[in-house]
Design a protein around this ligand. Structure first.
Ligand code: NAI
Ligand code: MG
Length: 330
């Protein structure tokens, strides 16, 4: 039976990069998905009052995987419940450079494994009075353990030497204490090498010496910030894919948002979304198709055409066509 893929373009450039990525997914040899198109985000909220319609949630929870573009101001009301709905405990964010693309740090080739369910994004905020507000940072042993297990599996699959945990346990002694101790216990049990760094110091090292990093494991907010930093090192947000991985399902999305500053112009870089479909193909065990998509993206980035974010003048559609043309013939 064909796997079912829920497709959510969202808002802004989501409506440009998701159709471009679907063109690639439909052209690649060896897969034949059934697509279920559903809505989420600012536009549907404006029309119906609901950023995440019931039908969309149902489609995502019953699909084998979801391709998500980006939403706007309603993002937290959309992507956080969707990540919950597929029990996605880790967000995988690879950042690497490509031949032909100008990068601040051409030696970058790393992956950020971001805790995806708790930390300061658990949504436990309170307004105590007109002048005082609080936020509760949630860290559990079970989520930290699951992330640690995933990191050990990832290191084994990728043939990496080990991983680095980013944290701030000198200040957040109790929460990051539990986070780091639990992950280090898992790594010790599994015989995986692990080192750790304060996340602020890591930001500096990452900006100056990204080649020293391979696999980084971090709390939710740190992963959000450090992955945008990594995007800056490799040529911008137009290049960074991500996977929200759960035990059985996943949601695949570019790291970037809906880019209102360029939305509607047809010039958004679809590479991040196309590379997200490669992660989707990996997740569903279509290794050959995933490799074919990556190779086609790499050779397109190397030879052009390129979109304006990478110094070119190609449109989103022209880039998608160039990628499709470089897929191996069936
Ligand atoms: P953004 O990622 O949308 O844009 C940041 C900058 O990068 C902009 O200058 C934009 O033009 C550029 N950019 C992003 N993707 C690009 C692409 N594919 N090709 C070329 N240039 C690209 O982040 P921003 O501006 O902070 O947020 C805009 C909206 O997106 C906000 O409403 C925010 O809440 C939402 N957002 C949604 C996310 C999601 O759906 N997961 C993630 C991040 C932001
Ligand atoms: Mg972000």
């Amino acid at each position: 039976d064909a796997e079912t893929i829920a497709v959510i373009p969202g808002d802004g450039i989501g409506h440009e990069v998701v159709p471009a990525a679907l063109r690639v997914l439909e052209a690649v040899d060896g897969v034949d998905f059934e697509f279920v198109h559903v809505e989420a985000g600012d536009a549907v909220a404006e029309r119906t009052g609901e950023p995440l319609p019931e039908e969309t949630l149902a489609a995502v929870t019953s699909a084998d995987a979801t391709l998500f573009g980006a939403t706007g101001e309603t993002s937290a009301d959309v992507i956080l419940p969707l990540r919950d709905a597929v029990d996605s405990f880790v967000n995988v964010r690879p950042a690497r450079t490509y031949p032909g693309v100008d990068a601040v740090q051409p030696e970058t080739d790393l992956v950020i494994l971001r805790e995806n369910t708790e930390g300061v994004y658990a949504g436990i905020e309170n307004r105590l009075s007109a002048d005082v507000s609080t936020l509760t940072r949630l860290v559990t042993r079970s989520a930290s353990r699951r992330l640690g297990e995933f990191a050990c599996d990832y290191v084994a699959d990728a043939d990496a030497d080990g991983f680095t945990v980013a944290h701030k346990n000198n200040v957040m002694r109790v929460t990051d204490g539990l986070f780091v101790d639990t992950i280090e216990e898992v790594a010790a049990d599994r015989g995986v090498e692990v080192d750790d760094q304060y996340m602020d110091a890591m930001a500096t090292h990452l900006a100056m010496n990204p080649a020293e990093y391979d696999v980084i494991v971090c709390p939710n907010l740190a992963g959000d910030v450090l992955s945008d930093l990594a995007a800056g090192l490799v040529g911008g947000l137009g290049l960074l894919p991500s996977a929200n991985v759960g035990a059985e399902r996943g949601i695949f999305e570019p790291v970037h948002g809906c880019a209102p500053d360029i939305a509607g112009e047809g010039v958004a870089n679809p590479a991040a979304t196309v590379l997200s479909t490669a992660m989707l193909l990996d997740f569903l065990d279509y290794d050959g198709a995933a490799a074919a998509v990556r190779t086609a993206v790499e050779s397109t980035l190397a030879d052009g055409p390129r979109t304006p974010d990478l110094g070119g003048s190609a449109t989103t559609d022209e880039l998608a066509t160039a990628i499709v043309d470089r897929l191996p013939d069936s």
